[in-house]
Write a protein that binds this ligand. Sequence first.
Ligand SMILES: Cc1cc2c(cc1C)N(C[C@H](O)[C@H](O)[C@H](O)COP(=O)(O)O)c1[nH]c(=O)[nH]c(=O)c1N2
Length: 211
Amino acid sequence: MQDQDFTDDFRTQFELLMRLRRDVRRFRTDPVDEAVLTRCLDTFRLAPSVGLSEPWRVIRVESEAARAAALENFQHANEKALAGYSGDKALKYSRLKLSGMQEAPVQLAVFSDETTNKGLGLGAGTMPEMRRYSVVAAITLFWLALRAEGLGLGWVSILDPEQMKRDLAVPDDWSLVGYYCVGWPEEMSERPELERAGWEQRSARLHIETR
Ligand SMILES: Cc1cc2c(cc1C)N(C[C@H](O)[C@H](O)[C@H](O)COP(=O)(O)O)c1[nH]c(=O)[nH]c(=O)c1N2
């Protein structure tokens, strides 16, 4: 397949998909079809990874106990984060909804295996964080694939990663990349929720410096 096989229509649609990808915190509780979820999860296998190390490790968080522990972890970290703001910012922060963990039908904890032998260390010798970046690259594909199905993903990082590792009993040499809520969005917008809440603005343009 060559580049010219992609049509202008496809490029327009692809740009739309990227523009409409949102971080979602408000989910309906309806279940997600397993076949659709599997199709989206399959995109991990298409992702780039340093040395082809494929360091992503995905835990599906299903049990009541595991979900309760994850939610408690978030709530605790979120209270601590709130305490770091004062005045107007604290009030604004307290009004933000920063996870859909109470509603999302599918929840995943995704880790990077920091000591995988796959790829024989190629590309990660001087920069071992490349394994974590590889996992982020895979998440981005997953995020777009979900959006193409009408599903939403919410990235949760307001967490104590070591507590999460203990609660999910994962190997010590895995590091948490994120906790992901997946499901049907209550609404979709062209604008990030943090923009609509007056917290932060998306930049109007990419600033590139030349050396
Ligand atoms: C690494 C990382 C970590 C987080 C996020 C994103 C990324 C990339 N985002 C989502 C973030 O707020 C969102 O992407 C931006 O506000 C831009 O909005 P859209 O993603 O374009 O809708 C996020 N959102 C949230 O509500 N709770 C969170 O803990 C996090 N953590």
